[in-house]
Design a protein around this ligand. Structure first.
Ligand SMILES: [Zn+2]
Length: 400
């Protein structure tokens, strides 16, 4: 296209002028930024004049610095002092007692006590990967339901909690004894593989992490369906994927629960992912008819401004106080009563070598069925639901 009838040398001259202006602008920005970092009393008259002449730049730089500070504050973990926390828990207890339909949303923060690292905390998987650091973790299959998982199961049994929606793939809600119908594992369950060729989908609960060979957009576990011989797939929904499986995601129940809820309790979730699911927050209802929100998290969440109450505390601490306040005993987790063992489908002959992850067993001493390798305690997490896929934020694609 003709450039407004300018000759080649005119165009070049114009380009030089433009570059020069940009360079001057950058130099001025550097100067102003340097002066702003000084205390007002230490600025020379000359510097004061430059600031007065660069009002726009000053406003922009101050805005940038405020945003940086804000972001830093959002990363920080804050704890309420013990007295404050007790007062807030009393308020929460009364909300739990008075709720007609209470739904609990849980995130990685409820599993950190089970030595499963969280995602966005200062040492979370996501945070570390963002900083280019590698991630290792204690053997995930040694993790057991925490005090928080057990308390939630009890609250459900007492009909104080109607439904649980979790982002966690660690299977700990299932293992706490919470009935499957009362939970939606939105991002899958590391112990479940399914055959999608069978109608309805045939589910295989296993006593080991089924995801060691799977990753983003690659879900086949390497085993096959006992019924039809089809390839089994894991149930994990990675960042950038859309979960379409009926179970264990159970979106239908999650949406229905959210629409009925008058109270929502969020435990240990940054809510950065959950906030993107409008159905969970009844955003189509007018604000006055949306459920009351109670948030327990050490860090800032994007829903804090909407919350009736924000509790800055560790989930296990808050739940212990809450159960005391409600006069309920917290059941102790027992491997002997872990429902995963009765739900599990045993591997068939010839399938024992199809995985190298440590199997769960009813007692800690006894080796699990088909165990081959040593515990993975210090090994970096490679394949599977916890390793690859975490940082890959690619365009949305339907899970096949
Ligand atoms: Zn099948």
């Amino acid at each position: 296209m003709a450039a407004g009838g300018l000759s080649r040398s005119e165009r070049k001259a114009a380009e030089r002028v433009r570059r020069l202006r940009e360079e001057q602008q950058r130099e001025r920005l550097r100067q102003v930024s340097r002066i702003l970092r000084k205390a007002a009393t230490e600025r020379s008259a000359e510097e004061g004049r430059l600031l007065a002449e660069s009002e726009d730049l000053v406003t922009e730089l101050q805005g940038r610095s405020r945003r940086r500070e804000g972001l830093k504050r959002r990363q920080e973990e804050v704890c309420d002092d013990p007295e404050e926390l007790r007062r807030k828990v009393r308020e929460l207890a009364s909300a739990v007692r008075n709720a007609k339909y209470l739904v609990v949303y849980t995130g990685a923060g409820i599993s950190t006590a089970a030595s499963i690292p969280d995602y966005r905390g200062p040492n979370g998987v996501w945070t570390l990967l963002q900083k280019g650091r590698s991630v290792s973790a204690a053997d995930l299959s040694e993790a057991e339901p925490t005090l928080t998982h057990m308390s939630i199961a009890r609250l459900h049994e007492q009909k104080l909690v109607q439904h649980v929606v979790s982002q966690n793939c660690d299977g700990l809600h299932l293992r706490s004894g919470l009935p499957r119908s009362a939970m939606s594992e939105l991002h899958g369950n590391m112990y479940i593989e399914v055959c999608t060729a069978c109608t309805p989908n045939r589910e295989y609960v296993r006593v080991f992490d089924v995801t060691e060979r799977t990753a983003l957009h690659r879900h086949q576990t390497g085993r096959t369906c006992h019924k039809c011989g089809g390839q089994l797939r894991d149930t994990i929904v990675h960042f950038g994927e859309r979960g379409t499986l009926g179970q264990p995601l159970n979106w239908e129940a999650a949406t229905q629960a959210a629409s009925k809820a008058d109270t929502i309790l969020c435990l240990g979730s940054s809510l950065k992912v959950l906030k993107k699911y409008p159905h969970l927050w009844c955003m189509t209802k007018p604000p006055s008819r949306r459920p009351k929100l109670y948030i327990v998290n050490l860090q800032w969440t994007p829903k804090d401004d909407w919350a009736a109450l924000k509790l800055h505390g560790k989930c296990d601490d808050v739940m212990q106080l809450l159960m005391d306040e409600l006069g309920l005993e917290i059941p102790r987790y027992s491997r002997w009563q872990d429902p995963i063992f009765s739900l599990a489908t045993p591997l068939r002959a010839g399938e024992e070598g199809s995985h190298s992850r440590k199997s769960l067993c009813r007692s800690r001493e006894e080796p699990g069925p088909g165990d081959r390798g040593a515990p993975l305690s210090s090994a970096p997490i490679l394949g599977g639901w916890f390793g690859r896929g975490c940082t890959k934020r690619t365009k949305r694609k339907k899970v096949t």
